[in-house]
Structure formats: C-alpha cells, structure tokens
Write a protein that binds this ligand. Structure first.
Ligand code: PDD
Length: 285
C-alpha cells in the first residue's frame, strides 16, 4: 500500500515541489477541488463528486480539459496502483499559471491538475460514531460557498478556533441562521423530523447530505424538511449531526456548553449513520 500523488499527467513524490509559484491556486486560492471516499478499493458516489467538480469549474469559468470518463479512469488507476482499500482521493484543479494579476485571461491559461490518494485511519472514523463536541461561530464566508473552491480562509480559521477549544469542528451561523459546519453540513432532528439548510448559495451541497436526503432518510421512512432554522431551534433540537465525505454521519453530543441529546448520539442520527455505512459497503457509482 502506497500513498500516491499525481500532477499534470505524471506521478510525483508526495510533497514534490512541482507547482509554480505563479500558480493562481497558490497565489489566490483560484482553484476548485473534491474529496472522494475510497471504500473497499472503490470510489463511493464518484459520479456525484464529478458532477459537482464540473459544476464548480463552470461557475468559476475554468475550462474543462478532461472528460468525465478519463477522470474516472484516473481515480481507478490511483486506487489500483496505490492498493489503498480505505482512504480518500483529493482532486484539485487550479485556473493555471500566470504572472500575478487579479484579472485572468482564460485564453492564456492552462488548468493545473493535482490528485492524491491517502489512507484513512478507520478506527478514528469509527470513533466519530460515538459523537463529537462542536462550537458555534459566525459564518464569515463569501456569498457563493456552493462552489467548492480552495479559497477556504474563513473555514480554516473557524476550524482552528474549534480545535483550540477541543471541539471537533464548528457550526456556522449567518444572521442567526445555521448554515453548515466549517467542513461539513449540519442536520437537526426535532420531534422525529429531520431539518437541514436548503441547498442554495449559502452552503455547499454536500454529497453525503444528498445521500441522506435522497436515499437514507426515505429508506428509513424519516421525514426531511429543507428549511432555514436559527440558533434557538438548534439549542432546542432533539439531535444534531454533521455530514461529510470523510466522517459520514457524525453525531454532535455537545454544543458550546450544552449537552445535545443527553450527551449521547441520537437514535435517529445513529440509524442514519448505519444506513449510510450500509450504502457505502454496497457501493454507489
Ligand atoms: N469538506 N460543507 C463544507 C464547507 C465542506 O467543506 C464539506 C466537505 C461539506 C460536506 O460535503 P461532502 O459531503 O460532499 O463531503 C459541507 C471536505 C471533506 C473537505 O473540504 O475536506
């Protein structure tokens, strides 16, 4: 088993110095990315991630140089050559390399593609099922966080603040509305009904979130409502959880100073976590 890194058509050593200092991804965070889970040696929900990646590129006006089939094949090659069974693949496409100037000239830029495959500590992932602590922070991001760009300054600052307080991550609030987590989506359960922020420009339309909404919750007969809710609603929720590609469904057992669902993972949360794990075992293209 070997972690691999691939840059612009060839394998390079992990951490290799191959990126130009004039790369706009480096200078401006002018790049888009995806994180895909590898489960039992197969990508989970790769077509969903690819759809989102191509949408991000369209929204950012970054030209697409690779067909979905070729990109899919690259994922397979990385898995095959690395022999990694449980891990994740990171894909990043920057706008290209040019002397630093804010405006870009699309015709003079060649997008730069980075991919890497890494292992995951599955014990750590399993431990997330026992629940995590979260803190509340203001959502200070720009108005289009539905586009998955590498320009993540407010996210990394929020995440660092959370970790300094020994929390797993932060729940973000914009004008008192719960948007999402610093690196994940947020769901609340109240009186047996599941709530999450609508997929508009204020949140990233998470793939795990999509799995919960379109597959797992319906299969368990759990009603779901996509609507905005405030900090008061969060405080009074019966259960809270995060979703993301790495951790799946992550129960929140403490928010700021208060215990959530009695300080243990909620029953509905755990059913959803189990349902997602089952789907991941079965596999999804
Ligand atoms: N983060 N919201 C934000 C801000 C995120 O960064 C992520 C994922 C999600 C969940 O999306 P998905 O279910 O597709 O992973 C929501 C990834 C894992 C990251 O940046 O590493």
């Amino acid at each position: 088993m070997k972690e691999l890194t691939y840059f612009n058509g060839e394998f390079v050593e992990p951490g290799a110095k191959v990126i130009s200092i004039d790369d706009r991804g480096y200078l401006f965070g002018d790049a888009v990315y995806e994180v895909v889970r590898v489960v039992n040696g197969r990508c989970f929900a790769l077509s969903y991630h690819q759809d989102r990646l191509y949408r991000s590129m369209r929204e950012m006006d970054i030209p697409v140089k690779m067909t979905p089939d070729d990109l899919m094949e690259l994922h397979e090659i990385l898995i095959e050559q690395s022999e990694i069974k449980d891990g994740y693949i990171y894909v990043q496409i920057s706008r290209g390399v040019a002397p630093r100037r804010h405006a870009y000239d699309r015709s003079k830029l060649e997008p730069q593609m980075l991919m890497s495959i890494r292992t995951l500590d599955m014990e750590e992932v399993a431990k997330l099922g026992e629940g995590v602590k979260a803190i509340s922070l203001p959502d200070e991001r720009w108005g289009h966080v539905d586009i998955k760009t590498t320009n993540l300054i407010p996210n990394i600052l929020a995440q660092t603040k959370a970790e300094k307080k020994f929390a797993y991550t932060a729940i973000l609030f914009r004008d008192d509305i719960c948007t999402e987590g610093a690196t994940s989506n947020v769901f609340a359960v109240k009186d047996g009904i599941l709530y999450t922020h609508p997929a508009d420009h204020r949140i990233l339309k998470g793939i795990t979130r999509q799995m919960i909404i379109t597959r797992i919750a319906p299969s368990l007969g759990i009603t779901l409502i996509e609507k905005e809710f405030d900090s008061e609603f969060v405080k009074n929720a019966d259960e809270l959880f995060f979703t993301d590609t790495i951790g799946g469904v992550i129960p929140i057992i403490k928010l700021d100073k208060d215990a959530v669902s009695g300080g243990t993972p909620g029953v509905i949360t755990l059913r959803l976590r189990e349902g997602l794990e089952k789907l991941m075992e079965e596999g999804l293209a």
